[in-house]
Design a protein around this ligand. Structure first.
Ligand SMILES: [Fe+2]
Length: 216
C-alpha cells in the first residue's frame, strides 16, 4: 500500500475500526509492517536534580545569554501505535550528555566539563497527529567501562494513558561506535534501524533528524 493511501485510511479511522474488530492491533501492525520501537535500559544518568527549564529548546537555558556548545540539531518525529494511529499528548521525557559526552548528573564520572548553557533534559509532549520536535546538541560519545565507549545517543521515556510506557535510546546514523556498542549490537538486526534517527534535511544549516516512536 502506498504511504499516502495508508495515511488516508488511517484518517478515516478504517484501520482503527478494523483493529477493534480484530481485537488485536498487534496483528494489524504486523500486517502493515509497523514494528514497535525497541525498548532499552534507562541507564544510570536520569536527572536527579530538578531544573526550571525543561522546554523543547535544549540549546538555551531561560535567563542565560549563551548558547550550548557543539553541533545544534533538530529531532522531529511522530508517535503512533502499532496500528499506525497517531498518539497525541504523549509525554516525552528525554535526557542526554552534552557535546563533550558529560551528563549533568552527580554520579557521572566523566571528567569532561559541564556546559552551563546546555539544558540536558526536556519534558515535552506530542501534539497534533502525534508529532513532536525539539532542538538540542549532538551528544558526545563517553566511556562507559573499560574499553566500552558509548556512541552518541539520546535517552527517552515516553508515556501516554492507554499504552505501555516505553524507555529507550535513540542513536545517530553513520557512527562507527554504533557497531561496537554493547547495548545496540545486542539488538536484533531488524530492530537496530528503528533506534537510529535519519537525517531528513536542513533548516538554516541545522541538520534535522527524523525519529518515529511506535508504542507496543
Ligand atoms: Fe547515556
Amino acid at each position: 500500500m502506498k504511504d499516502k493511501s495508508r495515511r488516508n485510511l488511517i484518517k478515516t479511522g478504517f484501520l482503527g475500526g478494523l483493529a477493534g474488530m480484530l481485537g488485536a492491533s498487534n496483528s494489524l501492525g504486523k500486517a502493515l509492517g509497523i514494528i514497535p520501537t525497541p525498548a532499552e535500559v534507562e541507564g544510570p544518568f536520569y536527572p536527579v536534580m530538578d531544573q526550571q527549564d525543561k522546554d523543547f529548546d535544549l540549546t538555551k537555558i531561560e535567563g542565560r545569554q549563551g548558547i550550548a556548545d557543539g553541533e545544534h540539531i533538530i529531532i522531529k518525529g511522530q508517535i503512533t501505535d502499532v496500528a499506525g494511529i497517531p498518539v497525541e499528548n504523549a509525554v516525552i521525557d528525554l535526557w542526554q550528555a552534552n557535546a563533550k559526552g558529560r551528563y549533568r548528573h552527580p554520579r557521572d564520572p566523566n571528567p569532561e566539563p559541564l556546559d552551563p548553557n546546555f539544558q540536558g533534559w526536556a519534558i515535552i509532549s506530542s501534539g497534533k497527529d502525534g508529532r513532536f520536535r525539539f532542538k538540542t546538541v549532538k551528544p558526545g560519545a563517553y566511556p562507559a567501562s573499560g574499553t566500552w565507549i558509548r556512541p552518541p545517543h539520546i535517552h527517552f521515556k515516553v508515556s501516554s494513558s492507554g499504552h505501555n510506557p516505553l524507555t529507550t535510546q535513540m542513536y545517530f546514523p553513520g557512527e562507527k561506535l554504533n557497531e561496537t556498542d554493547l547495548l545496540l549490537r545486542n539488538k536484533k538486526a531488524s530492530d537496530r534501524p528503528l533506534m537510529i534517527a535519519k537525517p531528513v534535511g536542513k533548516e538554516k544549516n541545522i541538520t534535522i533528524y527524523q525519529y518515529n516512536i511506535v508504542f507496543k
